[in-house]
Each structure stands twice: as structure tokens, then as C-alpha cells.
Design a protein around this ligand. Structure first.
Ligand SMILES: Cc1ncc(COP(=O)(O)O)c(C=O)c1O
Length: 454
């Protein structure tokens, strides 16, 4: 296997940084002049960007973004999945114009017909009977955790190490090198030590999962069907079925977070793999970028929540679930347009074909250079990782991170008109992604490796 020459890598990073600086004066200026923005960006995550300052953008359409200096980039980041439907698809633009203009009423705290349409479509796709809406996937998860604790009377939750479910307090727990649970490094002032609220095991470790659930104090396992925020870590054969069985044996509920794994198909990984969660959360892409989130409950779980409500739990005021703008008319209109006309059943096949092509191109380049890297795919989503074979747990995947390599590849791509997800090496296809876009990435990736390893 080929080793990367670190001196050569650092030289190349320096060259790409210089080129990034020279190509993007207006983005740099935007950043330097943002004196009233905390950390110089509208939201602090936007600083997770290579090259010293983030790209500012002026417009975005379909699979393309135009930056402030007029460069057009093929967007494989798609707002970290928020723009999975592509940027401003015509159906969404029409629905938003109708809601804000002709019909009027962005938010009224009153139901309308779009809501039942969206809920029944989510039922058709994911199989869960009853739906409720939030403004983010984070809140969908947060509220679900309350509901599962409510009905089980159990205090804890279980997550997989290095999973991500939004800024939800209970989820920031990882296993350290000695296999001990600890608050995730960098966790910002948690109110209580999350190891007191949460059990944690490695993804794909059924034995550890069974051991932890047998304590009998876990209300629910909260998991993605494949981890997607520490590279893509796919479930090994039988793992997801095993999770369901162990949950059933121990009276634990199962929540699947499909926020990113929606890439697997029109009904996410749940439908693709025939999974049977008690609850499901999703957000980001449903509204084409308009703030939204949703959670689904099985009929049985919905009835248990309703029984608890009859016994006094408050889900219509200040009990800790819900929010003023949740389920607002604008986000319902956006979700109806996206599910009804953009991310339709038929849209997924072509996106997956492109992702397969993307993954094949990357695998070929990795093989040609005999690198110990791997590439994983989940439907329309692809990610390459600096480890081979592909890691099977969050911990192993975390250990394969290489910030210098990531910076090199990201900058190399951006400087040549291709944008990968800045948080990792992830590429997502949208309905507007084309074969030419995928081919453009392949050319740039091959060129980057040729320079790196000769
Ligand atoms: C799997 C998963 N769940 C939930 C979230 C939270 O989404 P949001 O930040 O939109 O609330 C994320 C965000 O990256 C995610 O990846």
C-alpha cells in the first residue's frame, strides 16, 4: 500500500491555500468585514471550512452554486443535505410564492390542508402511522426523546459512539480508547454529564448493545440506519434486524433518524431495508431548505403517548414539546412541493445511478494509486475515507480522520469548481446533478491524487 509523503502533502496544501486566497478576494473581504457577526459568520459552523475563510455565495440553482467572485461550482455539499432537492427547484419556488403572495399566511398557529397531505405522504413512504412537525431535525429528536421517556418511564437513551443527531444534549457521548463512556470532546457546557443520561456502544456491536439494554433503564435506542456524520458507516448484514430484536427483548423503543439516510430512497433506509422503528425523525431536506422537521410514531406508540396525555402529560403548552413556528404554513407548503414534485419516488433511481458512478470513479482512482482508502455509498450519498477496508464503527471511522488530507482535497476541488461537504468527504446527488457534474469531480479527484502520489 502507498504511503502519503507528508512533506509533499503540506507543500500541496500551501499551494492550494495560496490559490484559494487569490481566487476569492470578495469572499475574503466579506469575512474580514463581518465585524458584527459573532465569529464573522451567521452561524458558527460556517467556519468549518478550509482555506482560512468560507466562500460567500451570490446565487444557487439546481446543482450549481455561484460564489461571490463569480466562480460556478458543482455543489455536492448541498447545504449538508438541506438542499438535497437541489437549489430552488421550480416547484418549490411556485409553492413559496403562492403561500407568501397570493394565498398569504406564513404562520398562523392554525392547521391547513397541506399538513395532512404531507403527513399521509410520510406515512406512505416510511410506514409510521402518525406525524408531527418541528422546525429542525434536532427538535424532532429532542421531542421524541421526551415522548419515549414519558411512555416507558425509563430515564436513559442509548446512542452509537460518534453518531450525530443534531444539538441534542443526550447524544454527545462517545466511547474513549478504553471503551469507557465520556462526554464528547468539545461538548459545550452540558447541564448534566451526558454519561448520566445516555448509554453508548459502537455501531455494529450487537453484543455490547444487548449488554447495555439489559440494564432495563433505556427508554429508546436513537440511531441512524447507517452512520453518516463520521463518514458513512454502513450496517453489517443482520445488524439492524438484531437491533430490533434486542430492543424487543428488553422493552426498549427504537427511533431511527433518517435525516441523512433519506438518500437511500423515497422511504429512506427504513423502507429500503424493511426496518420497523417505533418512531422516526427527519428534517433538513423535506422543505427544500425551508426550515422544517418531522417525527413519525407507530400507531402503538402514538396510543401510549395519548394515554400518558390523558394521565396529565402536557403536549399542548409548556410541557417541553412543540414550538410556536413548528408546523407553520410556509414549511408545510415547502414540504408538500418537495415530496410531491421534486424528491418523488421516480427521482431516486437516477440520483443513485450517479452516486454509483461517482463511487466507481473514486474507487478506480484509489486502486490505481494503491491507497489504503475506501469509498462507501448509501443511495444518492457517497463518502470516501482514509482507511481500508471501510470502518465498521464510529470510533474506527473517527480515528481515520486526516485534517491535512481533507484540507488538500477540499481546496483542490473548490479551486477547480467542485464543492464537497466541508465537514467531511461527502458528496450528495440531487435531482439536478448530471453525468457531467460527476465527471467533473472524477477529473479533479484524479488530478489531485496524481499530484499527491505521482
Ligand atoms: C442524522 C442527523 N440528525 C439530525 C440532524 C440535525 O439537523 P438540524 O441541524 O437541521 O437540526 C443532523 C444534522 O446534521 C443529522 O445529520
Amino acid at each position: 500500500m502507498q504511503n502519503i509523503n507528508r512533506d509533499r502533502l503540506f507543500d500541496l496544501v500551501a499551494k492550494e491555500r495560496q490559490s484559494y486566497l487569490e481566487r476569492h478576494p470578495r469572499s475574503r473581504e466579506l469575512h474580514e468585514n463581518a465585524d458584527h457577526l459573532f465569529a464573522r459568520v451567521p452561524m458558527t459552523w460556517m467556519n468549518k471550512w478550509p482555506g482560512g475563510f468560507p466562500l460567500g455565495f451570490s446565487s444557487a440553482r439546481g446543482a450549481l452554486v455561484t460564489d461571490l467572485d463569480g466562480h460556478e461550482l458543482v455543489d455536492f455539499a448541498l447545504g449538508d443535505t438541506g438542499a438535497f432537492a437541489g437549489h430552488s427547484p421550480p416547484a418549490l419556488v411556485r409553492a413559496l410564492a403562492e403561500r407568501t403572495g397570493e394565498a398569504g399566511g406564513v404562520t398562523t398557529m392554525m392547521p391547513n390542508e397541506d399538513a395532512e397531505w404531507v403527513a399521509s405522504e410520510l406515512s406512505r413512504r416510511f410506514g409510521l402511522a402518525q406525524w408531527s412537525f418541528s422546525l429542525s431535525a434536532t427538535d424532532a429528536n429532542r421531542w421524541l426523546l421526551r415522548l419515549v421517556r414519558l411512555v416507558t418511564g425509563r430515564p436513559k437513551v442509548l446512542v452509537f459512539s460518534y453518531s450525530y443527531h443534531g444539538s441534542v444534549d443526550e447524544t454527545f457521548v462517545v466511547l474513549d480508547e478504553d471503551g469507557r463512556a465520556r462526554s464528547r470532546p468539545g461538548n459545550v457546557a452540558p447541564a448534566v454529564d451526558p454519561t448520566s443520561t445516555t448509554r453508548v456502544v459502537e455501531f455494529n456491536d450487537l453484543e455490547a448493545l444487548a449488554r447495555e439494554l439489559r440494564h432495563g433503564d433505556v427508554a429508546a435506542v436513537l440511531s441512524e440506519p447507517a452512520l453518516t456524520n463520521i463518514g458513512i458507516v454502513l450496517a453489517q448484514p443482520g445488524f439492524l434486524e438484531g437491533v430490533r430484536e434486542v430492543c424487543d427483548e428488553t422493552g426498549t423503543l427504537l427511533i431511527l433518524d433518517e435525516t441523512h439516510t433519506f438518500s437511500a430512497g423515497p422511504g429512506g433506509a427504513t423502507r429500503r431495508f424493511g426496518l420497523r422503528p417505533d418512531a422516526l425523525s427527519i428534517g433538513k431536506s423535506l422543505g427544500g431548505g425551508v426550515a422544517c422537521g418531522a417525527f413519525g410514531l407507530s400507531q402503538h406508540l402514538a396510543e401510549r403517548v395519548s394515554a400518558a396525555v390523558r394521565d396529565g402529560a402536557d403536549i399542548v403548552d409548556v410541557g417541553g414539546v412543540g414550538g410556536t413556528l413548528a408546523g407553520n404554513a410556509l414549511s408545510m407548503a415547502a414540504m408538500r412541493a418537495v415530496l410531491g414534485e421534486v424528491l418523488t419516488d421516480d427521482a431516486f433511481g437516477p440520483m443513485e445511478e450517479l452516486a454509483t458512478q461517482f463511487a466507481r470513479d473514486v474507487a478506480t482512482a484509489i486502486e490505481r494509486h494503491d491507497l489504503a482508502w475506501s469509498v462507501s455509498q448509501l443511495g444518492a450519498r457517497v463518502e470516501y475515507r482514509f482507511a481500508s477496508p471501510a470502518p465498521s464503527s464510529g470510533g474506527a471511522s473517527a480515528r481515520s480522520t486526516d485534517p491535512a488530507l481533507e484540507e488538500y482535497l477540499h481546496l483542490f476541488c473548490i479551486n477547480r469548481g467542485v464543492m464537497m461537504t466541508p465537514f467531511h468527504n461527502m458528496a450528495l446527488m440531487c435531482p439536478a446533478t448530471s453525468r457531467e457534474h460527476v465527471g467533473r469531480h472524477a477529473e479533479v479527484f484524479v488530478e489531485a491524487l496524481d499530484l499527491l502520489v505521482g
